[in-house]
Design a protein around this ligand. Sequence first.
Ligand SMILES: *[C@@H]1O[C@H](CO)[C@@H](O)[C@H](O)[C@H]1NC(C)=O
Ligand SMILES: *[C@@H]1O[C@H](CO)[C@@H](O)[C@H](O)[C@H]1NC(C)=O
Ligand SMILES: *[C@@H]1O[C@H](CO)[C@@H](O)[C@H](O)[C@H]1NC(C)=O
Ligand SMILES: *[C@@H]1O[C@H](CO)[C@@H](O)[C@H](O)[C@H]1NC(C)=O
Ligand SMILES: *[C@@H]1O[C@H](CO)[C@@H](O)[C@H](O)[C@H]1NC(C)=O
Length: 488
Amino acid sequence: MEPVTGKPALLLTQLLIIGLLIVIVRFAYVITLAGESCTLGDFCFFSSEVRSASVGEAAPERYASKDWINSVRFYSSVFQDLIAGGFLSRAAKSLCLETPTGRDVLALREIGVTDATGISKRALPSLVKAGDARQIPFANGTFDFVFAGDGALERSPRPAEFVTEIARTLKPEGFAVFHVKANDTYSFNSFVDLFNFCCNVVKIKDVIGFDSSMSCVRELVVKKERYVIGSDSNSNSNGKCSVPEYKKTLVRNAEALIEEEPLKPWITLKRNVKNIRYLSSMVNISFKDRYVYVDVGARSYGSSIGSWFRKQYPKQNKTFHVYAIEADKTFHQEYGLKKGVTLLPYAAWVRNESLAFEINHGPREKVQGKGRGMGRIQPLESSSDFHGGEVERIAGFDFAEWLKNSFSKNDFVVMKMDVEGTEFDLIPRLFETGAICLVDEIFLECHYNRWQRCCPGQRSPKYQKTYDQCLQLFTSLRQSGVLVHQWF
Ligand SMILES: *[C@@H]1O[C@H](CO)[C@@H](O)[C@H](O)[C@H]1NC(C)=O
Ligand SMILES: *[C@@H]1O[C@H](CO)[C@@H](O)[C@H](O)[C@H]1NC(C)=O
Ligand SMILES: *[C@@H]1O[C@H](CO)[C@@H](O)[C@H](O)[C@H]1NC(C)=O
Ligand SMILES: *[C@@H]1O[C@H](CO)[C@@H](O)[C@H](O)[C@H]1NC(C)=O
Ligand SMILES: *[C@@H]1O[C@H](CO)[C@@H](O)[C@H](O)[C@H]1NC(C)=O
């Protein structure tokens, strides 16, 4: 009995074991290739083909994750649409920028754009070469198609260099496509301005990304039409510049101006700082070249740069370079030690000339913590108006000209101006020369015959202008589309 039943049972067991082994091996094979998340047949097929087709030997697990598969699918459909739109062809020599995983490169190859490669900080064999998007390791005019997905341009610390490199490596009439997340009109216009020297925007559309961080992505297609480095539409030095409509919209969203003259300006104006709606809290400032803070009448480092700008101005994680303009020698020394700060030891003025600078030791309205008052400036010939304090000779420079020589429309320029009444000379000059259009946001202290804290019922004798004249200055700035805030 035993041998009779034993043999078939053994055979059955052996068969079962072999069957089980086959299942295990298959299972292990599938798992290794496509990962735990692999449930649908086409996913498994897709990703195993993907692996053998393009990735090569050392494929880490991420090629099997759901995220990876979804993103490759997303980019495939993006590129297929671009082919349908005539912006990409299967024969196009193509480059993807800032693509550590190469998923967009892979998607291009999957849909038949075989001459596709990527660059990223670290190389990924067969998909991505090591390279910096701001120094693309390819010759001029190499590519028909360049793609910068996943907000790569917005993340770049110097988007203008990024764009210049794209334009350089594109063939004439080539297309570059960007996926950006910022969607406000300010950032959109900043983006378009980056391309003025080379390209036209030919298409904009919204696409739905492959995960929640990309739920709303804007796709922009630009075409290389020219390549004229240094052509800045701003450099028409005959003056007038028109402030675009989108800036006027921002002004409408800003905090209201204080219409009534405050009885206690030292309180009211200081409190108003809390109401300020900063530009960088309303819009995305990513598409700018350089980020600059110009402090006109900077005085000591701590008075507004250290205590306010560095700490409180919302910078969207950008590194700002600070220009401190201060004529008073007493404050100069400390600036030598500050990183990222350039001191201009002159007075901001409407032309290059020597000025008389009043050093005020007067008892009125002492500046907190500093025994030294703020100085007014005047042209030498009229300096006899100063009485009381010491008078020093200082160099004044043409501030508007300096702005125009130093910055372009692609820079993000924030300015604080506290110049003891000289604002009534400087602001009109900024308009006259067109330099005003280079400034994105101004914090302006307007000096008038304010009510004094020391002496109730008495106005400051130091300034002749009235609150109404100040209000007019603010109003006209805002009407012209300049985002100005009342500073104290
Ligand atoms: C490539 O273009 C850049 C920028 O216009 C230019 O400076 C450079 O000379 C060009 N290189 C070659 C090899 O033509
Ligand atoms: C831009 O996107 C944000 C969310 O990212 C959304 O709240 C806002 O409404 C969008 N604005 C426009 C103009 O589409
Ligand atoms: C601006 O865009 C960048 C890149 O998409 C993003 O990281 C940043 O959070 C955005 N900032 C604001 C204030 O929306
Ligand atoms: C800000 O920049 C630093 C490095 O420059 C980076 O580590 C950090 O993640 C950034 N934060 C945001 C919110 O982008
Ligand atoms: C004013 O001085 C600056 C700096 O020295 C100089 O670059 C500029 O050309 C001068 N402007 C005029 C109009 O002389």
